[in-house]
Design a protein around this ligand. Structure first.
Ligand SMILES: [Zn+2]
Length: 322
């Protein structure tokens, strides 16, 4: 087996991983590259689309609320994205928005051009649009149709190779690990990114306590939808191959790595009626346990051992490597 990231054909350790989101429990072979440490699926199933149900989580529409709630959410989100606004800071402590907070190192301005790849319903861009950002585009080829929101946000049903323009920021929020063409995707990102632009890759990572501890039952392995589970080393390798460098890594994992993986160990699928995700009252955890998991996740993040991270990339020079 040859690693699709670094090309190494050395002896790689293999794993049999069950499908546990839907609970089909069919097995898929993965291997972890002994060179760059990237864990990857051995063979991409021909029927991969069958593993994405119609109610897949990225298709949820933005939640609405009354006028007061929307105003408070805007204050909170403005703080999350920019780090500015005192009342926003307080609201962010009360009801944090960790997804939006990952955008802060991108230093976005209201006139920044932002492309969100594989964005599903586009909830993150929707929040930015509500904050007054106007030059936004979301793309997702697996949406059923284009989406035009009343606030002017547009989500196009297309992939990155069908997308043009020049962007200040290009981001992938838990989308990159689903893409078969890793190098080609970042090569296209290079073409679409302005010279001083930034890339945000939010992905699960095997450079984590959860992969070490839970192995094939690690909830974010998510066979067979996640084709690549990167390590710190393999992200650096991929960046190097495509003209980027990793500027910064911020771990942003949460309690899911614990409760999801412990459910999988017991054979409880994410969509099972006994899952914390579906019905907390019927789940095997108490609210107190979940709170403890959340605290533990923050501790792991602080020592770069959480099971997901935000990688910030920038161009090394103006021209792509040959
Ligand atoms: Zn490799």
């Amino acid at each position: 087996m040859q690693c699709r990231i670094c090309g190494s054909s050395a002896e790689h350790k293999t794993y049999q991983v069950r499908e546990m989101m839907l609970g089909l429990q069919d097995e898929h072979t993965y291997f972890q590259c002994s060179q760059c440490q990237c864990l990857q699926i051995a063979v991409i199933p021909d029927n991969l689309q069958d593993y994405y149900p119609q109610n897949y989580y990225s298709y949820q529409a933005p939640a609405r609320g009354n006028r007061l709630r929307r105003a408070l959410v805007r204050l909170r989100d403005y703080y999350a994205v920019t780090g500015e606004s005192q009342p926003g800071h307080l609201l962010n402590l009360l009801m944090p928005n960790p997804k939006l907070a990952t955008l802060r190192p991108l230093n976005l301005k209201p006139d920044s051009t932002v492309l969100d790849v594989g964005c599903g319903a586009g909830l993150i861009l929707y929040s930015l649009r509500e904050l007054g950002f106007t030059k936004l585009l979301g793309i997702d080829p697996f949406n059923q149709d284009h989406i035009e929101y009343p606030n002017g946000l547009r989500i196009a049903r297309q992939d990155i190779f069908q997308t043009g323009g020049q962007w200040d920021a290009i981001m992938f929020h838990h989308a990159f690990e689903h893409l078969p063409a890793q190098q080609q995707t970042l090569q296209q990102v290079f073409k679409l990114l302005k010279p001083e632009g930034k890339v945000l890759l939010r992905i699960p990572t095997v450079s984590s306590w959860a992969w070490q501890h839970y192995g094939v039952n690690w909830s974010q392995l998510d066979a067979p939808r996640h084709l690549f589970l990167h390590a710190q080393e393999s992200v650096h390798e991929l960046a190097r191959q495509t003209g980027f460098e990793v500027e910064r890594v911020v771990y942003d994992s949460n309690a899911f790595q614990f409760w999801g993986s412990e459910q999988y160990e017991k054979g409880i699928a994410l969509r099972s009626p006994r899952s914390w995700a579906e019905s907390p009252d019927n789940a095997i955890f108490t609210r107190k346990q979940i709170a403890a998991f959340e605290k533990r996740a923050q501790e792991l993040n602080a020592v770069n051992q959480g099971d997901q991270a935000a990688f910030y990339l920038r161009k090394v020079s103006g021209t792509a490597p040959a």
